[in-house]
Design a protein around this ligand. Structure first.
Ligand SMILES: NC(=O)c1ccc[n+]([C@@H]2O[C@H](COP(=O)([O-])OP(=O)(O)OC[C@H]3O[C@@H](n4cnc5c(N)ncnc54)[C@H](O)[C@@H]3O)[C@@H](O)[C@H]2O)c1
Ligand SMILES: O=C/C=C/C=C(\O)C(=O)O
Length: 486
C-alpha cells in the first residue's frame, strides 16, 4: 500500500501528530494508500519554508532563471508521464485514455504557458506633463504576491493543481498545495519532480488532509499565507472566503457549475450528439465544465434524446486498463451516495428516466466500486432539484425549446455561470447567443477546447476572477507604480 507524506521544504515528512488517513480505490473500495494528515505544525513549517524560499535563492532568481526551471519541470513531467498517468488512475479510477489524452498532458502545458507569459509580457509606462515643462515618467513593475495557498479538488487533480501552481511559480511566488483528500498522488509526485529539477526547497510544498478543522482550514486561516487560490464547490468557497477575510487576503475561485448545452435544429446532428455526450459523461460526469442541462430545439428533440440514449447505453464500464473500457466509477462511495440521491429525487419529482438511474452490475471485486449508470431524464420543470443543483455525476436533463430568446432565458435561469456549449450551423446566431449567456466560457460546436492564454473563470456563483495567459498575472502578482521626475 502506498505511503503518502507531506512535502515541506523539499523533504517528504509525516505529521508530528502521527495522524494518517486512508485513500480507498474508486474501483473496488480497497484501501490503496495511507496519507499523513498535516496539522497546524506542518502548516506552520510549510509557511516558514515558503517564506524563507521567497527571501532566499528563489526570490533572487531572474525571470529567465525562473523560466528555465519551469521548463525543466515541464520536461521532467513529460519524462515521467506514465508515472503521473498511473498515479492519477489510482486516485480516480478513470480510464487510461482520459488521463493520457485529456488530463495529464495539461500538467506540462500549465507550466510552459506561464513560463512563456512572464518572459514576454510587458509592463506599462506613461510619460506625463508637469507644470515646469520637464515632465515625469511613470512605470509599473510586477512583484510576486508572496506565499500562495492552493486548495484543490479531486476531479482533475493534476490538471487543476498545476493550473494554479504554474502561474504562481512563474510569477515568483512560493506555494503550499492542499490536494483533495481523495487525490493526493500526483501532488506528491510533483514534489519529486521539483527536487529532481533543482527548484529551490520551500518553493513548492504539499500538506495533506481534509477541509474543516484540518489542513485545508489551517492553511486558509494561516496569517503567513498572502493569497488563496481555490477550485471546488461553491459552498466551500464561501468558507474559504471567510477565512481569507481575516488578514484581508486576495482570493481566486473556480467553483461549481450547472452548465447548459444548447442544440439548435440546424446543428450538425451527429457532432452535437457526440459533443453533448462527451460534455455530460466524460470523467463519469465529474467535470465542472460538463453539461447537466440540455436544451434541444423542438423539431429534433425526440430524435436527439434517442440518439443520446443509445450512446449512453453503449459505454463500457471497467478498470482503467481494460482495453474496451471507456467509462470509470465516481471518485468515492460518499460521492456515489450523493449522485444516487439525485437519481432518486428525479424520479420522486416525476422525471421520465430515458436511460440509467441506477447502479451497473459489476463483476468480482468491482462490485464494491463507486459505479453508477449514465443517466438521462426528460419531463421535469426547471424548478426540479436535478435541473437546479450541481450533481457532478454522469447525468443530464433534456428539454425542448422553441425560440432563441426562450433558450437564452432557460440557460441563464441558474445561480451558476461557468460554461455553455452551443451547437448550430448558423454562426451569426451562435455568436449572438454566446454573447447573451451569462457564463465565463462558451464553446460553439465544440466543448472543452482550451487555449491556456484565454481568460478562464466563472460568473455569478461559479467563481471569482479570471486565470489564463496574462489574466493570471492580476492575481499572482502585484503591480507597483514608480514615478520619476525628469
Ligand atoms: N470552476 C472550475 O474550474 C472547477 C474545476 C473543478 C471542480 N470544480 C468544482 O469542485 C467541486 C468538486 O470538487 P470537490 O468535491 O473536491 O470540492 P470540495 O469543495 O468538496 O473540496 C475541494 C477542496 O477544498 C478542501 N476544503 C473543503 N472544505 C474546506 C474548508 N472549509 N477550508 C479549506 N479547504 C476546504 C477539500 O479538502 C478539497 O481539497 C465541484 O463543485 C466542481 O464544480 C470547479
Ligand atoms: O472539472 C473541471 C475542469 C476544469 C478545467 C480547467 O480549469 C482548465 O481547463 O483549465
Amino acid at each position: 500500500m502506498r505511503q503518502i507524506q507531506n512535502f515541506i521544504g523539499g523533504e517528504f515528512v509525516a505529521a508530528a501528530s502521527g495522524k494518517r488517513f486512508d485513500k480507498r480505490s474508486p474501483l473496488d473500495n480497497r484501501v490503496i494508500a495511507s496519507i499523513a494528515e498535516a496539522g497546524q505544525a506542518e502548516i506552520d513549517a510549510a509557511v516558514k519554508a515558503a517564506r524563507s524560499a521567497l527571501h532566499g535563492e528563489w526570490g533572487g532568481l531572474t525571470t529567465d532563471q525562473r523560466v528555465e526551471l519551469l521548463y525543466g519541470v515541464a520536461n521532467e513531467i513529460t519524462r515521467r508521464f506514465e508515472d503521473f498517468v498511473e498515479a492519477e488512475m489510482a486516485d480516480t479510477g478513470q480510464p487510461r485514455h482520459v488521463m493520457t489524452n485529456v488530463f495529464i498532458p495539461r500538467g506540462a502545458a500549465n507550466f510552459k504557458v506561464f513560463a512563456d507569459v512572464v518572459k514576454n509580457v510587458p509592463t506599462e509606462a506613461f510619460q506625463m506633463a508637469t507644470p515646469d515643462g520637464r515632465g515625469a515618467l511613470n512605470y509599473g513593475i510586477r512583484v510576486p504576491k508572496g506565499v500562495i495557498g492552493v486548495v484543490c479538488p479531486w476531479n482533475a487533480p493534476f490538471l487543476l493543481m498545476t493550473w494554479k501552481v504554474g502561474p504562481a511559480l512563474a510569477c515568483g511566488n512560493t506555494v503550499i498545495v492542499k490536494p483533495s483528500e481523495e487525490a493526493a498522488n500526483t501532488a506528491t509526485l510533483l514534489g519529486e519532480v521539483m527536487n529532481a529539477v533543482g527548484v529551490p526547497k520551500g518553493v513548492y510544498n504539499v500538506v495533506n488532509g481534509f477541509g474543516p478543522d484540518s489542513a485545508g482550514e489551517f492553511l486558509t486561516r494561516h496569517p503567513g499565507v498572502d493569497a488563496i487560490t481555490f477550485t471546488g464547490e461553491t459552498r466551500t468557497g464561501t468558507a474559504i472566503m471567510k477565512a481569507a477575510s481575516e488578514g484581508m487576503r486576495d482570493v481566486s475561485f473556480e467553483l461549481g457549475g450547472k452548465n447548459a448545452g444548447i442544440v439548435f435544429a440546424d446543428a450538425d446532428f451527429d457532432a452535437a450528439v457526440e459533443g453533448i455526450f462527451r460534455s455530460a459523461f466524460l470523467n463519469s460526469g465529474q467535470v465542472c465544465l460538463g453539461t447537466e442541462r440540455v436544451y434541444v430545439e423542438r423539431p429534433i428533440f425526440e430524435r436527439f434524446v434517442q440518439a443520446l440514449k443509445e450512446k449512453a447505453e453503449g459505454v463500457k464500464f471497467g478498470r482503467p486498463d481494460d482495453h474496451d473500457a471507456d467509462y470509470g466509477p465516481l471518485i468515492s462511495q460518499e460521492h456515489r451516495q450523493k449522485v444516487l440521491s439525485y437519481y432518486r429525487k428525479a424520479v420522486e419529482e416525476g422525471a421520465t428516466v430515458v436511460t440509467g438511474g441506477g447502479v451497473p452490475q459489476m463483476p468480482g471485486a468491482l462490485a464494491e466500486g463507486a459505479w453508477v449508470e449514465p443517466t438521462i431524464w426528460t419531463g421535469l420543470p426547471e424548478t426540479a432539484s436535478v435541473v437546479r443543483e450541481e450533481i457532478f455525476g454522469p447525468c443530464c436533463h433534456i428539454r425542448p425549446f422553441d425560440s432563441e430568446n426562450e433558450v437564452v432565458a432557460l440557460a441563464n435561469d441558474t445561480d451558476y455561470g461557468l460554461s455553455t456549449t452551443i451547437w448550430t450551423t448558423n454562426l451569426a446566431r451562435a455568436h449572438r447567443v454566446a454573447a447573451r449567456v451569462e457564463v465565463g466560457i462558451t464553446w460553439i460546436n465544440s466543448w472543452f477546447l482550451r487555449d491556456l492564454r484565454s481568460a478562464f473563470g466563472g460568473s455569478k456563483q461559479s467563481g471569482i476572477g479570471r486565470e489564463g495567459g496574462v489574466h493570471s498575472l492580476e492575481f499572482y502578482t502585484e503591480t507597483r507604480n514608480i514615478c520619476v521626475k525628469l
